[in-house]
Ligand binder design. Structure first.
Ligand code: GRF
Length: 211
């Protein structure tokens, strides 16, 4: 079944996008890494023509490290607490990714604000995934906020990163109905199921639009 067959996808009709040359991806993650894994799986099953050149994570305990090992992807801890500024951390991220010829950066659960340093090094080449239908519920706790607001539908968004948090051009969204007995946890699980579907497809779409 194609993604478009899903009733929850809020995007124009998409043929499966076949990129001629593999995209070189750099992943930034802070936590569990399920979105990293979704990308790795999409590559493995030839749904996305790309290679993951490396994963940068900022928390020593981040489970994404183990997931990267499992998929045979290089990972590197750059602990933000050890840098004098966001910009200093980003300079190092840029050095690492440029050395790996990374073309697109995917913030797959990267829980740090990014600055003009990173954004100007990869203009229109940084994607973020956010667990709401932007522009609703920006920032942290997007799932909690949607539940508290008693909206009937929320979802997830893949968008270009920009200086203003969760505000860049929207690439793809998927909707998730909120059920009467939903908790933050149950709702977040269903949102993440949609994230894992749209993120690989959004990467291909963004590459087609912006390359
Ligand atoms: C995702 O829900 C994403 O939308 C948000 O952080 C979460 C990361 O999950 N920005 P994971 O680490 O990819 O499992």
């Amino acid at each position: 079944m194609s993604l478009y067959a899903s009733t929850s996808l809020i995007s124009p009709p998409l043929q499966s996008i076949r990129l001629k040359t593999p995209l070189k991806l750099g992943i930034m993650a802070s936590g569990y890494g399920s979105n990293f894994e979704a990308i790795a799986q999409a590559i493995d099953t030839h749904q996305l023509n790309a290679e993951i050149r490396g994963v940068i994570y900022n928390n020593p305990e981040a489970k994404v490290k183990t997931k990267a090992q499992h998929w045979g992807v290089k990972s590197l801890l750059l602990d933000h607490r050890k840098y004098s500024s966001r910009q200093a951390l980003e300079q190092e991220i840029i050095e690492v990714f440029k050395a790996e010829q990374v073309e697109w950066i995917i913030m797959a659960g990267w829980m740090r604000i990014v600055t003009e340093v990173l954004l100007t090094s990869y203009p229109d080449r940084i994607l973020n995934i956010h667990p709401s239908l932007l522009p609703s519920f920006k920032g942290l706790h997007a799932v909690d906020l949607a539940l508290a607001a008693k909206v009937k539908i929320t979802g997830c968004t893949v968008h270009l990163a920009s200086l203003e948090v969760d505000s860049g051009a929207i690439i793809m969204q998927a909707a998730v109905p909120i059920l009467a007995d939903d908790t933050v946890e149950s709702l977040h699980i269903r949102i993440q199921q949609q994230e894992h579907k749209i993120l690989p497809e959004a990467i291909a779409l963004a590459a087609q639009i912006y390359s």
